[in-house]
Structure formats: C-alpha cells, structure tokens
Ligand binder design. Structure first.
Ligand SMILES: NC(=O)c1ccc[n+]([C@@H]2O[C@H](COP(=O)([O-])OP(=O)(O)OC[C@H]3O[C@@H](n4cnc5c(N)ncnc54)[C@H](O)[C@@H]3O)[C@@H](O)[C@H]2O)c1
Length: 272
C-alpha cells in the first residue's frame, strides 16, 4: 500500500535493492524544489529539460529560482518531438555545456517531456538521476508516476524506452491554471477513467464536484492529484516492472470495454 504523510505520498518499489519514491503535492513548490535539489544533490549540475511552451511559462522561472548551476534545455512542444533525434539534440546541447555524470535532470512539463527527459536520464552517461515536475493534468495523474520512459519511432509509439524511476515527483497544482481547456479535459478523462475502473467513491466525488473541478479550484485539484497518484501508485507497487507481464487478450478486451464505458460516461458528464 502507498503511504501518505501529510502532503507526501511514498510508493514502495520492489527490486534489488528495494527503493521508494516520494511524491510531494502542493502549490507554488518551486522555492522548495530549488532548496531540495541544492541540499540533496549538492555539487551536481542541474539540467532542466522542458518543451518550448513550458520553457516560457515555468522553465526560466525555475532556473532563476535554482541559480547559476541550472540551465534550461528545450525542444519544440508536441508529440512529434518525442523521438530519438530530439534526445540526441538535447544530449548534444548538454554535452556542449559540459554536463556529464554529475548531472541531475529536472523533467519539467507534460507527459512528452516526462517520457523523453526520463529516457535521457536513463541513457545519458549510462544513467543519471532525475526528478519529475509534471505540469499537465495527464502527467500529474498518470505519466510521472511509475518510471516508464520512452520515445516514439516510425515503427510505433513508445517503442524505444527504459524503466527509470525518478528520485522524487513534485506535483505543483498551480501550474495547471495555464493549461489549455483541451489539455485539461484530456487529463480529466484519465482521472475519470481511474474513478470508473478503480474506485466508485472517487467517481462519485468527481461527479458531485464537477463544477469546482472544471473551474480548476485548487482544493479540488489537490484532491484529485492525490487520489490519482494513489491509484497509479498502487498499480505500480503491484505491477512493478520486474514482474510486469503482457496483458492477456481477455484482459485487453475487458479493458477496452471499460474504456468505452468510461468515454461514454465522460461525454455524458461533459454534455458533449
Ligand atoms: N510514461 C507513462 O506512464 C505515460 C502514461 C500516459 C501517457 N504518457 C505519454 O504522455 C504523453 C502525453 O502527455 P500530455 O498529454 O501531458 O501532452 P504534452 O506533454 O504534449 O502536453 C500537452 C501540451 O500542454 C503544454 N503544457 C504543458 N504544461 C503546461 C502548462 N502548465 N500550461 C500550459 N501549457 C502546458 C505542452 O507544451 C503541450 O503543448 C504521450 O506521449 C504519452 O505517450 C506516458
């Protein structure tokens, strides 16, 4: 079971040696992130990897907060950038700036940034530590937890990747206020799916508080971030990557069926 201590959730990770990953929830966390990385990763150089949109909104802000040991490396926003060539470009820029084994990567952005910066952390200099700072609802609900990293290829989505657990995840709900309606609703669909598949009480909560949730009320955002991560965290603890199996065909059909129901209920709730 994942453990909660105030605004920090701990996921126990199996493996040799067993590890754990903390998820910190809050609002306006950049000063705390800066203080933590400088204390816990003193002497390292900090590479903030982000996309072109998030760079302008939060990347430079985080760099200012951390100070001279941090540099921002960005790529054009969007799924089309999530490939090995963009990773190579970012790694090239980091190398030009003399980043090496002493690097700590800060993955600041949505699922695309998280997947790609996590993958760079897995392969750069045979692996360097990284932390996740997800800024979309989808990334806060799902992709930043569990250590799955990957890039797309012309042969398939997420075809090249690695399991690489972040040192820590910081979920700063204040970043959600700038998200487009489209991306917000996209993350909400993932949230509603969690409710339908895993927890009836949570689904009731979402239904009863829909107006606050749609208005991005901070308290509701915090509640859904915590519950989403708890659900994903429990899945990660059970399906730890060492024992992960391919879903059986019957499970897949059942899963697709549940997803269709989730989608219909979502469209109904959104009155689309
Ligand atoms: N690793 C996993 O377990 C896992 C799970 C689910 C999805 N994913 C991956 O996640 C990706 C999709 O993630 P996504 O939906 O977050 O897309 P995304 O990362 O492309 O972000 C969507 C858009 O929102 C912008 N954005 C991000 N944060 C913002 C903010 N705070 N304010 C304003 N704009 C902001 C981005 O620049 C982008 O244009 C896919 O590549 C998918 O494969 C991974």
């Amino acid at each position: 079971m994942v453990q909660f201590n105030d605004n920090v959730m701990t996921i126990a990770l199996k493996g040799e040696p067993a590890k754990s990953c903390d998820i910190r929830f809050g609002e306006g966390l950049f000063p705390e992130i800066s203080e933590d990385v400088k204390k816990l990763y003193n002497g390292r150089r900090y590479a903030i990897i982000t996309d072109s949109n998030v760079r302008l909104l939060y990347g430079e802000m985080l760099k200012e907060e951390i100070g001279r040991d941090a540099e921002v490396f960005s790529f054009e926003a969007g799924e089309k950038s999530k490939n090995i060539y963009t990773c190579d470009d970012i790694i090239g820029d980091m190398t030009k700036s003399k980043y090496g084994r002493d690097t700590l990567i800060l993955a600041l952005g949505g699922g695309v940034v998280g997947d790609m910066a996590g993958f760079i952390a897995a392969i750069f200099n045979r692996g360097v530590p990284y932390i996740q700072i997800p800024t979309t609802l989808l990334a806060q609900a799902d992709s930043s937890v569990g250590g799955k990293t990957a890039v797309d290829t012309k042969h398939g989505k997420n075809l090249i990747g690695a399991f690489k657990q972040p040192e820590k995840v910081y979920i700063d709900i204040s970043t959600i206020k700038t998200l487009s309606d489209r991306d917000y609703k996209n993350g909400l669909a993932e949230t509603i799916k969690h409710g339908i598949i895993q927890d009836d009480k949570y689904f009731e909560y979402l239904k009863n508080n829909l107006s606050d949730i749609l208005n991005r009320d901070p308290e509701s955002l915090l509640t859904i971030a915590k519950r989403n991560c708890e659900i994903k965290g429990n899945v990660v603890e059970i399906n730890n990557f060492l024992g992960e199996k391919k879903p059986r065909k019957a499970n897949m059909i059942f899963y697709i069926f549940i997803l269709l129901i989730a989608l219909c209920r979502y469209l109904f709730l959104m009155k689309i």
